[in-house]
Each structure stands twice: as C-alpha cells, then as structure tokens.
Design a protein around this ligand. Structure first.
Ligand code: ZN
Length: 292
C-alpha cells in the first residue's frame, strides 16, 4: 500500500512541498527550520492522521501547525543540553526537505558510513523523501542517520521526546550500532522509554509542572502503542494506548496531588518523592492555582 501511494504522490510532493520560507526563529538556533504552511497539503496530512489523533486522543497530534510556544519549549531544551552530536541535530518543523536530508545522510560524521548506506539510505529514502511525514501519518520522528528530528505535532512533550531521542543517541559512542539494535524485538521499548524519560526528567528539572502533567497524558499512551504492537497489531496497539491513557492520567493526577502537598507543606520540609506522593490526598480547592 505504501508503494502504490508513493508512486502516485511522490511526483506531487516533489513539486508541492519543497518550498520553505526564509525562517526567522527564536534566537540563535540555526538548527531549527520550518516548512512553509501549505494549507491543502497540511489539511490532507491532518485527515490522514485522524485515526492516530483519536488513538492518542489529541487533536494537536500531527496537526502540521507548530506554534511558537512549542518551538520555544524546544529551543529552551536545546540550550539546556550540550553534546557534540546533539548540537549538530537538525530540527525540521513541518518541513519537507529531501535534498537537505539526503545531504545530511551523506555528511553525518556521527554514524559510520556502512550503517548509513545499508540502513540509513533506505530509511531516509522512504520516510524523508518518498513518504514524508509532511503528508503521511507517521507522526513525529527522529532519524539517527541524518541526525534530524521531524516534527508535525503542536505538542511540547512530543517535541521534547523526539529531541530526547537525539540526546539519547548523542550520549552513545556507537550510534550506528544503537540504531541497528532497535531492529531487535523490544529494544525499541527501551529506546522509547529513554526518550520519554528524558522529556519528563527535563520538565521536572525546569519546574514546568503543567507541561509535565500534560506529558504523561500524551507520552504514556504513545508508549503504550509500542508495547501493544507486540501483542497483536492493530488491536494490541489500541489496547496499549488505552492502558497508556489510564496509566498516564493516573500518573499525572498523582503528580498533581504531590505538587499540591508540596505547596501546602511549605512550612515543613517536603520529603515526599514522586513515587511516595500520597495517593489518598484529595484535591483541595483554592490550591490548584497556587503553584508557581
Ligand atoms: Zn520515540
């Protein structure tokens, strides 16, 4: 099915999506580039992503319209982490740039060339050139072979998750091997959890409570789809997402109660860890807005 779609649409895409506006971003972040809005293409992208919007229960998933606020969260994260490969990572915001991606594949010195040739070339040709996420509903992703993050959703936690993949790779010495072992069953679950953990860890680190509480509700269902896909796709995928929704919302509620306890107990030392937050604590009116 993918191949048929590719034949019909690749010609259109080559002509229709390759335009970009001169980008004036947020501060000195030349690694962040943005595709020009192309309403008909973005509309079709939204429609194709409908099933995934429903599964993740998030209309902003793959909405192909990334706000300045989401970009601000991303660039703040980029400033907070320093590793050579991470600083070379490109971020394409709703952008189709096949030439730049192939060029990045050729020149990516962080991954040895045999990996780039054997695994990186087909990956890049399929997802960055022929069936790009600008139109197809693959969702946001990180391509380690081009060292590029592709964002289509106006969701700060997702942007951080994808940048988290880049940071996870940047920490690895043998990045090509790290990309190859993802093909081994269940390794993707480990790598996905690293990226989600990094996103949440960062939000805790900068005390962005609201985005953290929101992150569990979107990243945990997304993680559930990975877990569920091992059971019986697509039923398992949907089931995994549902379990992720339940677990993510419970986690978010627990963390909210923890923060309320923390704020309420300012006069006494707060010793509770996130895990030890009392689940029996009731939501107290008047304190919800007291969080800094
Ligand atoms: Zn991921």
């Amino acid at each position: 099915m993918r191949r048929i779609a590719a034949v019909g649409l690749s010609g259109v895409l080559m002509v229709g999506c390759a335009t970009t506006t001169p980008y004036v971003g947020q501060g000195p972040h030349r690694q962040v580039t943005r595709g020009a809005a192309i309403p008909p293409i973005d509309f079709v992208g939204n429609v194709l992503a409908l099933p995934f919007k429903l599964i993740l229960w998030d209309w902003r998933f793959a909405n192909h319209s990334i706000s300045a606020q989401t970009e601000a969260v991303l660039v703040q994260y980029l400033d907070a982490r320093t590793l050579p490969a991470f600083e070379d990572t490109a971020y394409r915001l709703n952008q189709y740039a096949p030439g730049a991606d192939v060029g990045a594949l050729i020149h990516n010195r962080h991954i040895a060339w045999p990996y780039r040739l054997l695994l990186g070339l087909p990956t890049t040709l399929i997802f960055d050139v022929l069936l790009p996420g600008r139109l197809f509903p693959w969702g946001d992703y990180y391509n380690p072979f081009t060292n590029a993050v592709h964002l289509y959703s106006d969701e700060p936690p997702i942007a951080l998750h994808e940048a988290g993949h880049a940071y996870d790779y940047a920490k690895k010495r043998y990045k090509g091997t790290y990309a190859v072992v993802r093909l081994i069953p269940f390794v993707d679950l480990y790598q996905e959890w690293q990226a989600t953990g990094e996103a949440v860890h960062y939000l805790v680190e900068i005390h962005d409570r609201e985005t953290e509480l929101h992150a569990y509700k979107i990243l945990w269902p997304a993680y559930g789809t990975y877990v569920g896909s091992y059971i019986f796709a697509p039923i398992g995928t949907i089931g995994g997402a549902l379990l992720g929704h339940v677990a993510g919302r419970a986690k978010s509620a627990g963390r909210r109660r923890y923060y309320e306890e923390l704020d309420a107990g300012r006069t006494s030392p707060a010793s509770a860890t996130p895990e030890a937050a009392p689940l029996s604590a009731t939501l107290r009116s008047g304190q919800a807005g007291a969080q800094p």
